[in-house]
Design a binder for this molecule. Structure first.
Ligand code: IPE
Ligand code: IPE
Ligand code: MG
Length: 243
C-alpha cells in the first residue's frame, strides 16, 4: 500500500538525493544512456511536487559531480542540453508550487547557455520562501571544503579572523550555501553504497536510505517510502537512547 505523507509524524527539513542509475535503466531497455537521463529528469519534476506536499523545506539533488567531467564529451553535452530543456519544465513546477531554485557547485565551469538559463530561473524564483530546490552542479564536496579553507585562511591573513576562534560553525559558514540546514536524510538510488564526493561535511549525521530502484523509476511513491523509513529511525547523535 502506498504511504500517505500526511500520516508521518517526523518530516525531514532537508532531504538530499544522489540520483543514480540512469545509464543502467537505459541499458536494461537497450536504449542510449541519454534516454535514461531524460526519464530521470521526469523523476526530478515529480519530486518537486512530492517534497512540497510532504512538507520537506529543502530538496537537494546531485545532478552533476566534479568527477562527472571525466565522462565522454557527447554524454556531457547531452546532459547540459537536457538541463536547459528540463529547466523549462521545472520552472513551471517551481512557480506552481512557489519553490525557490538555487544552485550549488562550480557555477562558472558550466557552459554559458546553461548558466544563462539557470540564472533566469534562479532570479524568477528568488522571492519564494518556505520551499527550496537545490541543484548540485559541477559539485564536489572536497573542493567545497578546500575552498572554505582557502577563504578562512585569507581572513586569518588579513586579520579579520582569529585562528583560535575557528570552529565547526566557521567551516559551515564558508561552504557554498551557509544558510541551508544540514540534510537529515540522504537517499541514493541504484543500490550503490558510497557518497561519491557528495556533501561530506553536511551529511555527518544524516540518515542514509539506499534503494535498488534506478533513478528514472524513483517517483512520488518511492520518495514517500523513504520518508516513512526515516520516520522509523532512532537518531541518537552519539548519545544514549531515550536520554
Ligand atoms: C546518474 O546516472 C546521473 C549522473 C551521474 C549524471 P548515471 O549516469 O551515473 O547512471 P549509471 O550509474 O551509469 O547507471
Ligand atoms: C554520483 O553518481 C554523481 C551524481 C549522481 C551526479 P556517479 O554515477 O557519478 O557516481 P559513481 O561514479 O558511481 O561513484
Ligand atoms: Mg552512476
Amino acid at each position: 500500500m502506498s504511504v500517505d505523507p500526511n500520516s508521518l509524524t517526523r518530516i525531514p527539513k532537508h532531504v538530499a538525493l544522489i540520483m543514480d542509475g540512469n545509464g543502467r535503466w537505459a541499458q536494461e531497455r537497450g536504449l542510449p544512456r541519454i534516454e535514461g537521463h531524460k526519464e530521470g529528469a521526469q523523476s526530478v519534476r515529480a519530486l518537486l511536487r512530492a517534497a512540497k506536499q510532504a512538507g520537506v523545506e529543502y530538496l537537494t539533488v546531485y545532478a552533476f559531480s566534479t568527477e562527472n567531467w571525466k565522462r565522454p564529451p557527447q554524454e556531457i553535452d547531452g546532459l547540459m542540453k537536457l538541463l536547459i530543456d528540463s529547466l523549462n519544465q521545472y520552472e513551471e513546477e517551481l512557480h506552481a508550487n512557489q519553490i525557490r531554485l538555487r544552485v550549488m557547485g562550480q557555477f562558472e565551469r558550466l557552459p554559458l547557455p546553461v548558466r544563462i538559463r539557470l540564472q533566469k530561473a534562479i532570479d524568477a524564483t528568488a522571492h519564494y520562501e518556505g520551499h527550496t530546490f537545490i541543484v548540485a552542479l559541477s559539485y564536489g564536496s572536497r573542493t567545497e571544503i578546500a575552498d572554505a579553507a582557502k577563504q578562512i585562511a585569507e581572513k586569518v591573513k588579513s586579520g579579520e579572523l582569529d585562528p583560535g576562534k575557528i570552529d565547526e560553525q566557521t567551516v559551515s559558514e564558508h561552504l557554498y550555501l551557509p544558510d541551508v540546514p544540514d540534510p537529515e536524510l540522504l537517499i541514493r538510488t541504484s543500490g550503490e553504497l558510497r557518497l561519491s564526493n557528495f556533501m561530506l561535511w553536511q551529511l555527518s549525521y544524516a540518515e542514509f536510505y539506499i534503494t535498488d530502484t534506478f533513478w528514472p523509476d524513483f517517483r512520488e511513491e518511492q520518495f514517500f517510502e523513504a520518508l516513512e523509513a526515516f520516520n522509523g529511525r532512532d537518531r541518537r547523535y552519539g548519545g544514549v537512547k531515550g536520554e
